[in-house]
Design a protein around this ligand. Structure first.
Ligand code: ZN
Length: 255
């Protein structure tokens, strides 16, 4: 049975990369949105622009209060939610393997909250705020006490969440970190709860599969990487990762 195979692959691996998307946070009650904007589907905002536009770098620079309005709505949808069993399994796997990383597209911060330390949150984390002008940064549990368009306590300029807005570049340091870890290589790659629409999310899986490195995909629906992976688990993240952990736990840890 394939959960058994997946668990065995991970139990025998020294290193693993988990690539996660909205599907892993679905069981926490987080809407499975596309990027930070898909909460709204194709809806048009009150201001008559597409949500991708309202949540874009150029609009934020022009009208930060408008972008903040929708960032607040996204945060509101996530507020009070917590990491689930799938996040916790990845943290346990990190403790057990000599090297395990999570590459996530989610901005909910759940991997770190669940105990994972090796996390590349490529799209950022909504709980970290940055000043758009000085080096001030702040971590907030939620936005309950945040102004509609919060400003820096040091320099009075507008703050922004540390997330990649539409039309913005991915953070260079995170891309370089990912590149370094991919160059070191992994014994197994696991895609969890993502449709892998972004090339930088799909390519590590496709490339590993091409080189014969074991690849596993956990997603109820087929995706753009499904044809390439060695093992497909067509189910939710919690069911799959809890099953995988039961297998891993039952095997002796590698020396
Ligand atoms: Zn500042």
């Amino acid at each position: 049975m394939s959960i058994e195979q997946a668990g065995k692959l991970i139990a025998e691996a020294r290193s693993a990369l988990f690539i996660t998307g909205a599907g892993i946070s679905a069981a926490s009650g987080i809407p499975t949105y596309r990027g930070v904007g898909g909460l709204y589907g194709d809806r048009v905002t009150d201001e008559g622009m597409r949500i991708e536009e309202a949540l874009s770098g150029p609009v934020f620079r022009r009208s930060p209060e408008l972008t903040w309005k929708y960032i607040h709505q996204i945060e509101q949808a996530c507020r009070g939610a917590a990491p689930n069993a799938a996040h916790r399994v990845l943290a346990r796997i990190e403790e057990r393997l000599s090297r395990s990383w999570v590459l996530t597209q989610n901005v909910d911060g759940f991997h770190r909250a669940a105990g994972s330390r090796n996390v590349i949150d490529i799209h950022g984390d909504i709980h970290r705020l940055l000043c758009t002008s000085c080096t001030f940064t702040e971590v907030v549990e939620d936005y309950a006490h945040l102004d509609p368009c919060p400003r820096c306590t040091e320099c009075e300029k507008v703050l922004r969440p540390d997330v990649v807005l539409f039309g913005e570049m991915l953070p260079r340091a995170k891309i370089e970190r990912l590149q370094r870890e991919l160059e070191r290589g992994f014994d197994v790659l696991v895609s969890v709860g993502t449709s892998s629409l972004f090339p930088y999310i799909a390519e590590p899986m496709i490339e590993a599969a091409r080189r014969g490195v074991p690849t596993i995909e956990v997603n109820p629906e087929p995706t753009v990487v499904s044809h390439a992976v060695a093992l497909r688990l067509p189910m939710g993240a919690v069911e799959a990762l809890e099953g995988i952990w039961r297998v891993v736990e039952s095997k002796p840890a590698r020396a």
